[in-house]
Design a protein around this ligand. Structure first.
Ligand SMILES: Nc1nc2c(ncn2[C@@H]2O[C@H](COP(=O)(O)OP(=O)(O)OP(=O)(O)O)[C@@H](O)[C@H]2O)c(=O)[nH]1
Ligand SMILES: [Mg+2]
Ligand SMILES: [Zn+2]
Length: 347
């Protein structure tokens, strides 16, 4: 018996449907990118999985994207994204890396051990907000932690409206608290450092052992990633879970408003500073410093806000500069080709 996956369960909504023209409506097959390899994509459509070779005709795609396939199941076109999650590529490379598309919720996954770090949670919150996705902070290894609620309260203090859950990722009765975000048609991406339990959580939520998980590791065990590629997993009768390899660094770019939203309290204080160009150092009438002094704002939080703002501005500028250079270069190439064509035609 072949399984039919209703498009709605794969995350198809009116937003994608209304992008189809009349011909596509009758002939095209919508398919979702489930995994991306060097030379091919794994897609899932209503009739089941399809393998699609990557060709030069395709724009940069990522897991979660929706494609339209022609009647012969060849590539037709990519649909506009509802949301996209990206970062500046790791290291000194100046390029944007797409991480996931059309994600409804991000599980910002952190283990309740030495991995726990409020700065890092804020760093993941910014691009999540920027993408318009809902953020849930998932604190794993609660079973190995003596006072999980203390950590939970620290996270909750970042934002009273933030969803925070503590779980034992190995135990289905414990991860059941995450089910409201995993309903049919919903796409959830799990992000976080290596070894925090993203794949473990996915296996438990899927009710099957699909994803390889790593051995528990010590503090000196950094940099060994168990998961090496991004892939989307369909929960039987439920939503889709996107596993990602642990990130050593999530360099922010192009997410100023996501940072503003993550640090809404600080953005509001800055508006109250006496001077428009207040640097929040020793200026008179600085609302930020006054609030830090009255212990109502954590110095750590303000320092992280400033760091992330500077980082995203710097990275956005280098990405923009690179794009401008590429544009100039392709213009130059075209003009050289035009000239040589004219030359050959004897003009
Ligand atoms: N006791 C306990 N162990 C956990 C929990 N979550 C994860 N683990 C263990 O932690 C180890 C690493 O988990 P993984 O799921 O491989 O971590 P990951 O985030 O997918 O790591 P990468 O794929 O490298 O990014 C495994 O041995 C899991 O069994 C938890 O909540 N409780
Ligand atoms: Mg993994
Ligand atoms: Zn100020």
């Amino acid at each position: 018996m072949t399984t039919i996956y209703p498009l709605s369960q794969l995350g198809w909504t009116a937003f994608f449907q209304q992008q189809l023209n009349l011909d596509e409506w009758t002939d095209a097959t919508p398919a979702r990118v489930m995994a991306q390899h060097r030379s091919r994509l794994e897609l899932l459509c209503e009739q089941g999985p399809i393998d699609l070779p990557i060709t030069a005709a395709m724009p940069p795609l990522t897991v979660g994207d929706w494609l339209l396939l022609n009647a012969d199941h060849s590539y037709g076109r990519a649909l506009e994204r509802l949301s996209v999650f990206s970062r500046k590529a790791a290291g000194s490379k100046v390029s944007e890396q797409l991480i996931a598309a059309n994600v409804d919720t991000v599980f910002i996954t952190t283990a309740l051990n030495r991995n726990f770090n409020l700065n890092r949670i804020e760093r993941y919150l910014a691009p999540t907000r920027e993408a318009g996705a809902e953020a849930v902070v998932v604190l794993t290894q609660a079973d190995l932690c003596e006072h999980p609620d203390d950590f939970r309260q620290q996270v909750q203090a970042l934002d009273p409206m933030l969803m925070v859950e503590t779980v034992n990722a190995l135990d289905a009765s414990s991860t059941a608290v995450l089910q409201p975000w995993c309903r049919a048609g919903q796409t959830v991406a799990l992000l976080g450092s290596s070894g925090v339990g993203k794949s473990t959580l996915i296996n438990t939520l899927l009710g099957q052992h699909n994803q390889q998980t790593g051995a528990a590791r010590g503090a000196d065990d950094k940099g060994r990633h168990t998961t090496t590629g991004r892939s989307l997993w369909l929960i039987p009768d439920g939503g889709l879970l996107l596993d990602t390899p642990g990130m050593r660094e999530l360099q922010l770019a192009g997410c100023e408003s996501g940072i503003e939203e993550t640090f809404a309290d600080i953005s509001e204080l800055i508006r109250q500073c006496r001077y428009n160009d207040c640097q929040h150092g020793n200026e008179p009438g600085c609302a930020v410093q006054a609030t830090i002094e009255s212990a109502q704002l954590d110095e750590r939080r303000f320092a992280n806000y400033q760091k992330l703002m500077r980082e995203q501005a710097h990275n956005s500028a280098s990405l923009a500069e690179r794009r401008a250079k590429e544009r100039d270069f392709s213009r130059y190439c075209r003009s050289v080709m035009d000239q040589s064509k004219r030359h050959k035609q004897g003009r």
